[in-house]
Design a protein around this ligand. Structure first.
Ligand code: PBG
Length: 327
């Protein structure tokens, strides 16, 4: 490369048109997955205090919301269920008439072509709020695998298009792949929350999903925030176990992990722009301290630039509106 003054970097920044041509990363509505919280009850549309613009919806209000998401061009939703009753095993999660199973069926009737992704975990369904079966005060990994498998098959049976497993149990992808295949859901793909960190950024989600652990924390199963080698090993194992899509979560504070995963693995890579990342922008914007639209677009672009092929984001609808308006 020539040096200054023969070479001037500013030449390629000198007009809108040339900046458009040389832009390396563009986010599109095609990249987005929109998370939705499904609540029990009737006519529920309950604002989540720490996540302005995001609500818990009962099934009767859900179908119109999903249709709106689809009409904006967003290809997929990710469903989280909030059951009426929680118990030790989170049994609503694998009940054929559970909250998620009902939600999937209602959505499918209304909006055929949207991709329905369902979260497979126990924390929203258990009275203790942990992502597994508790034995002697500890989370029992191998018993958890049986429950996660049951949840996955039950969701697939109800019509889920993609199983997203977020419990961070060792062996969960292999167990679920085996269970799905044994139940003839060989074509149902698995998205593995492979590198999921024990992050404080999940705070607002736990309010939304009512999934705060009632004792202790998640540090015995989710990744230490300081580690990247373990993240690569987690992803490696999930690839070996048959994951179709891998994930890094959260996104913003883990761009280095996204970039490494992109380099090392040849599978579609998702990243979850989690609740706390959303809340921080919203709070600052509501105070008039930042330009919400530019900040949100900058962050989402950085997640894509780091290497994410798809982004799970609470901003999906708003950004789709902004993008659609500018085209
Ligand atoms: C667990 C789960 C969590 C999130 C998605 N799935 C929370 C947790 O591990 O405590 C967090 C997502 C977010 O913060 O937006 N089922």
């Amino acid at each position: 490369m020539a040096r200054f003054p023969q070479y001037r970097m500013r030449r390629l920044r000198s007009s809108v048109a040339i900046r458009k041509l040389t832009r390396e990363t563009a986010i599109s509505v095609n990249d987005f997955i929109y998370p939705i919280f499904v609540s029990y009850g009737k006519n529920v549309r309950q604002e989540i205090i720490a996540m302005p613009g995001i609500q818990r919806l009962s099934i009767d209000n859900l179908t119109a919301e999903v249709q709106e998401v689809y009409d904006l061009g967003i290809p997929a939703i990710l469903l989280f269920g909030i059951p009426e009753y929680k118990d030790k095993l989170g049994s609503d999660a694998f009940d054929s008439t559970g909250i998620i199973q009902q939600a999937i069926k209602a959505i499918r009737k209304q909006t055929q072509d949207i991709l329905i992704i369902t979260d497979v975990c126990m924390c929203e369904y258990t009275e203790h709020g942990h992502c597994g079966v508790i034995k002697n005060g500890l989370i029992d990994n191998d018993q958890t695998l049986d429950i996660l498998s049951k949840i996955s098959v039950s969701q697939a049976k109800a019509g889920s298009d993609l199983i997203a497993v977020s419990a961070m149990a060792d062996g969960q992808v292999a167990a679920i792949r085996g269970a799905l295949d044994a139940s003839e859901y060989t074509n149902t793909p698995i998205m593995a929350y492979s590198a999921k960190y024990a992050s404080a950024f999940y705070g607002p989600f736990r309010e939304a999903a009512g999934s705060t652990p009632q004792f202790g924390n998640r540090e015995s199963y989710q990744l230490d925030i300081a580690n990247i080698r373990q993240a690569m090993n987690e992803i490696y194992l999930d690839v070996e176990e048959g994951a179709d899509i891998i994930m890094v979560k959260p996104a913003l504070a883990y761009l280095d992990v996204i970039a490494s995963a992109k380099k090392e693995f040849n599978l579609p890579l998702a990243s979850y722009n989690v609740s706390g990342e959303y809340s921080m922008i919203k709070a600052a914007a509501q105070n008039g301290w930042i330009d919400e639209q530019r900040i949100a677009l900058e962050i989402l672009t950085s997640i894509k630039r780091a290497g994410a092929d798809m982004i799970i984001t609470y901003y999906a609808k708003e950004v789709a509106n902004w993008i659609n308006k500018n085209n």
